[in-house]
Design a protein around this ligand. Structure first.
Ligand code: UFG
Length: 336
């Protein structure tokens, strides 16, 4: 496949780029480097610095194609994704996640690139249907409880309407809690302001933070802490290739959850990490915008895409630790 990866220098985008290259595809990375790193783009992969909100630049990038022809598919990762930040700064989320996508779709229509793989999120579900005990199915009601989920839901709907009007196909992937790093440790989650649970545990284990705070222990869950479905970033990355092939081969669209199908409470993740590393933690008040429980039903991805998650929670913890250890001892963001 010939693939443009918008946001390909960021955490998930760069892992998808690595898997695409390993699988023999032709890749161009398009990224504004607002949170991504130039060093996350593998050598030999063409890199275009640009912003998806810039219609002319995005149209030019899409029109150029690869050295051997037009793009078959565009992958979209260029979004903001931190729940508490979206609560305090919703306008930035609408600008980036909704306006950015709108511009990119306009550029795709102009350049006749008719296939998109889009990163969505479990945050579109809000508080899952009580009768499913925290499990989310793709057909469930979508009632986001934070601006991040709201902007991603608006984006999903925009894609569906635009696809209908302009004869496009889409693969919308609703991610659950993504963690871990590529086995090569050349890439991982490398951001100045970390907010996600597993990287914060590892920073604490490395002595870069004094204590981990567990936000809330009065939720209606097994031990009072929030339950999430953690999925290894390399498993997630492989699903994008399967998703792109599926829509190209079948000339149809698809929307799937991407999660392991298994829930762990924050306390269970902390306990699993404590078996591997030493660190201190304490309970703190609830964080704004957190639903109690989110677990993927991943049957659709398994059946339609032939996708099967392979890597465990322990592999997410150990690879994130190893990556964080590496970047804390080498110069920032540079591959070793
Ligand atoms: N948490 C802590 N302490 C911390 C950090 C997080 O207790 O220092 C808790 C949170 O309160 C939450 C859980 O750990 O209960 C997971 O929080 P993360 O910040 O790691 O991830 P989120 O669940 O907020 O969000 C992530 C992605 C979203 C996605 C969501 C889907 O960022 O894009 O998973 O489940 F929508």
């Amino acid at each position: 496949m010939k693939v443009l990866v918008a946001g390909g220098a960021g955490y998930i985008g760069s892992h998808v780029v690595f898997e695409l290259i390993r699988d023999g595809h032709e890749v161009v990375v398009y990224d504004n480097l607002s949170t991504g790193r130039r060093s996350a783009v593998p050598e030999g992969v063409r890199f275009i610095e640009g912003d998806i909100r810039d219609l002319d630049a995005t149209t030019r990038a899409l029109a150029q194609g690869t050295s051997s022809g037009s793009f078959d598919v565009a992958l979209h990762f260029a979004a903001k994704l931190v729940v508490p930040e979206s609560v305090s700064n919703p306008l930035a989320y609408y600008h980036n996640n909704v306006e950015g996508l709108r511009t990119m779709l306009e550029a795709m229509v102009k350049t006749n690139v008719r296939t998109i793989v889009f990163s969505s999120t479990a945050a579109v579900y809000g508080e899952p249907d009580k009768s499913h005990n925290g499990e989310c199915l793709e057909g469930d009601l979508t009632v986001p409880i934070n601006p991040y989920g709201e902007t991603k839901l608006a984006a999903e709907k925009m894609i569906q309407w635009v696809a209908q009007a302009h004869d496009m196909n889409y693969c919308i992937l609703r991610y659950f809690n993504v963690a871990g790093a590529d086995a090569s440790l050349r890439i991982g989650l490398d951001k100045d302001q970390l907010t996600h649970l597993i990287p914060l545990i590892m920073q604490t284990a490395l002595g870069l933070r004094e204590k981990l705070q567990i936000y809330g222990n009065d939720y209606d869950t097994i031990d009072g802490t929030c339950v999430r479905d953690y999925i290894h970033v390399s498993d997630l990355a492989r699903a994008h290739i399967l998703g792109a092939k599926y829509i190209l081969d079948n000339d149809r669209s698809v929307l799937c959850n991407l999660g392991s199908g298994q829930g762990f409470s924050v306390k269970q993740v902390v306990d699993a990490a404590l078996k591997m590393f030493e660190f201190a933690y304490e309970y703190a008040p609830r964080r704004d915008g957190d639903p109690a429980k989110l677990i993927a039903n991943n049957q659709r991805a398994q059946e339609l895409l032939g996708w099967q998650p392979q890597l465990s929670l322990e592999q997410m913890l150990s690879s994130d630790f190893a990556y964080r250890q590496k970047i804390s001892t080498s110069s920032h963001g540079e591959p070793a």
